[in-house]
Design a protein around this ligand. Structure first.
Ligand SMILES: [Zn+2]
Length: 423
């Protein structure tokens, strides 16, 4: 890159777009008193945001295409346009109480990288693409990294199309309704490499006093649904020893998950019960049924397998202890994914050239990059967040300097990858 020096993105332009996109799906978040973002996959809000991002892609000169799972790619031609492209991107759907940066930084940062290339009339040997993937969060249809896992071939298009939300609307219906049932094959042409720039969503970077991180991989993620079946009975008249209280059994499961995490028996296990409902849901009735979700994370596949086995055994023991039958159902599972050492090394060298201190870290959260890593050399750039890197809340915040430094690292790494000859 000596002939052009190091690239710097336009931080104000990137900031402006992040703020503008956060207005789509904005809501008043009562617990925090802040404006949050609620843009679940393939809702009207998501569709509006998709159209806005596509408009920005086109303004940056990108040629846009949409595939059959609704993933969107914007392409900038290379000097040799027949070569595999260098891909960057992330997602623009959010959780129900989201912020302005999760996913969007990688997509809008990618568009800003293209604009920066344009500003310098910079042509690259290989084509460059910016993409965003459908239903990364998994909040609406129950399977996270949905679009990227279909693209990578881990899940089939047919499976994905049939998934439904709580109201019974299917992915395929919603793709059609929103106009994002694109014609392109979901198994896209294999890229030369993929880099996803994403907020860290954790405290490690800020604690180290750096703005950026280079991600070595993503830990294993297991999502299960647990149904507990007890018996409804009178809250006053039923003696304690006669109860089949599904609520008490649910509490036992939640506390056992916490104990498993704290015990160290299952490596670096993290477990969360984030969704729970009770039947019949009356003040004066012993609960007969509970439905809950269990989210387990582990940086080690064997420790994850052991944790799942222990949990299954604990659930089957609820019958003897509480008279409550438990049924565990798998929602999703991904194994530990290591990122490409070559792309990580290129990112490290680029950060050094930019004078950006960085940390090397594993991701605690799932990302589209773990899916795309199955089809091409992949790595991630993390950007530090404030308030301990808190995310999935309107408090999520990464300052303009951190976002800009992350996008600078992305721009220069993408330029270098896009300059690599074949072979
Ligand atoms: Zn994300």
């Amino acid at each position: 890159m000596s002939e052009i020096g190091l690239l710097r993105v336009n931080r104000d332009r990137l900031r402006t777009d992040l703020v503008r996109l956060a207005e789509i799906g904005a809501y008043d978040d009562a617990p925090t008193g802040l404006r949050g973002v609620r843009r679940l996959a393939l809702t009207d809000e998501d569709a509006q945001a998709r159209r806005q991002v596509i408009e920005w892609m086109r303004e940056a000169g990108l040629v846009v295409r949409i595939d059959r799972i609704g993933n969107v790619y914007g392409r900038r031609a290379g000097i040799d346009d027949s070569m595999p492209c260098v891909l960057m991107g992330s997602h623009i759907d959010t959780v129900t109480s989201g912020g302005a940066f999760d996913g969007t930084l990688g997509v809008l940062g990618g568009i800003e990288v293209v604009r920066t290339f344009n500003d310098h009339n910079l042509r690259t040997l290989r084509p460059v693409e910016v993409g965003f993937f459908t239903e990364e969060e998994g909040v609406r249809f129950g399977v996270d990294m949905l679009g990227s896992s279909v693209t990578a071939g881990r899940l089939t298009l047919e499976f994905a199309h049939k998934l439904t939300d709580d109201s019974g609307a299917s992915v395929s219906d919603e793709l059609v309704r929103t106009g994002f049932d694109g014609p392109e094959p979901e198994r896209r042409p294999i890229p030369h490499a993929y880099i996803e720039c994403h907020i860290e969503q954790g405290p490690i970077l800020a604690a180290a006093g750096v703005d950026v991180g280079i991600v070595t991989g993503v830990q294993s993620i297991s999502w299960q649904r647990l149904e507990l079946h007890g018996e409804a009975s009178h809250a006053g008249a039923t003696p304690i020893e006669h109860r089949k209280d599904a609520g008490v059994a649910a509490a036992a499961v939640i506390l056992e998950i916490r104990r498993m995490c704290e015990s160290g028996e299952f490596g670096g296990l993290r477990g969360t019960v984030g969704k729970l409902s009770m039947e019949p849901g009356s003040t004066n009735v012993v609960p007969s049924g509970v439905r809950m979700t269990i989210d387990l994370r582990n940086p080690d596949d064997d420790a994850m397998t052991a944790a799942e086995a222990h949990l299954a055994e604990f659930v089957s023991g609820l019958a003897a202890q509480h008279g409550v039958a438990g049924i565990l159902e798998r929602m999703a599972k991904t194994l530990v994914r290591e990122f490409d050492p070559g792309v990580q090394a290129l990112l490290a060298a680029t950060a050094d050239d930019l004078g950006l201190p960085y940390v090397v870290t594993m991701s605690g959260a799932g990302h589209d990059a773990q899916e795309i890593a199955a089809i091409c050399p992949t790595a991630m750039v993390f950007v530090a967040g404030e308030y301990g890197g808190i995310s999935h809340t309107p408090r999520e915040y990464s300052n303009p300097a951190a976002c800009g430094n992350g996008a600078d690292l992305l721009a220069n790494a993408i330029y270098r990858l896009a300059s690599q000859p074949a072979g």
